[in-house]
Design a binder for this molecule. Structure first.
Ligand code: KIV
Length: 260
């Protein structure tokens, strides 16, 4: 495929608008790919969005491998990245490389890891695995943050800016900025030479990433501040299943048309 997205192509999109979306299986990846997104992330939001966990912390490498393999089947043009789950890269660079290799074997073309783990990032890059960085309100640190709170406010902005620079220096090809003030995201975007991908980080990043189920309104809750429902998917799906149920109960489905 001539216009297949690659990590170097994303790296070269600094200053352009990069469209990223999560997906967790073959059909959601195929839908995102058909819509022409540049990068599909098998996020560890898998835990809370799909597997019903309270947060991302229980997600295992095996679960990420399983869902990455599924998403691989639906992703054709977009760059497919996968999240390194909690506990698979923090202890050593060796752990990071071993975990990254498993995700690549499952079909990932890049991995994402939270925080400035420079040794791990360098090890992965040396092993030929492109790395996305991630700073700000990194969900794997929810216990340390005491909840999902905006990071990098006031004097703490320096911590986020410094972490982003260290991640760039370690060799990441792009970086996610999550739930930080728009002014801090703007400064990081101006300072770094790699593209910044925002989520709850305002309009000044080089691109945006959102969670599939959030933008399609697949849950009954109203959208959180960092996202928007571009479809009322939950209502539409309930209505469609209601029509199906009515058809079965009234005997209008299946008909001869659906028979062999
Ligand atoms: O797991 C995830 O969904 C993420 C976000 C940045 C979209 O990491």
């Amino acid at each position: 495929m001539a216009d297949k997205m690659t990590a170097p192509k994303v790296r070269n999109m600094k200053g352009k608008r990069i469209v990223c979306l999560t997906a967790y299986d073959a059909p959601t990846a195929a839908i995102a790919d058909a819509a022409g997104v540049d990068l599909i992330l098998v996020g560890d939001s898998l835990g809370n969005v799909v597997l019903g966990y309270e947060n991302t912390l229980p997600v295992s490498l095996g679960e990420m491998v399983h869902h990455t393999r599924a998403a691989r089947q639906g992703c054709k043009r977009a760059l497919l990245a996968a999240d390194m789950p909690f506990g698979t890269f923090q202890a050593s660079a060796e752990d990071a490389v071993r975990s990254g290799v498993e995700l690549v074997k499952a079909g990932a073309e890049a991995v994402k890891l939270e925080g400035p783990y420079e040794d791990g990032i360098e090890g992965l890059v040396a092993a030929g695995i492109p790395v996305m960085g991630h700073v700000g309100m990194t969900p794997q640190s929810v216990n340390a943050f005491g909840g999902y709170r905006v990071q990098g406010r006031g004097k703490k902005s320096d911590l986020v800016i410094d972490a982003a620079k260290r991640i760039e220096d370690a060799g990441a090809f792009c970086i996610v900025l999550e739930v930080i003030p728009a002014s801090v995201a703007e400064k990081i975007t101006e300072t770094l030479s790699i593209p910044t991908i925002g989520i709850g980080a305002g309009p000044f990043c080089d691109g945006e990433i959102q969670v599939f189920h959030d933008i399609l309104g697949l849950t009954s809750e109203p959208p959180l501040k960092h996202t928007r429902h571009f479809l009322n998917g939950y209502e539409q799906m309930v209505k469609a299943i209601d029509c199906y149920a009515e058809g079965v109960r009234k005997g209008t489905f299946p008909t001869e048309e659906n028979s062999f």
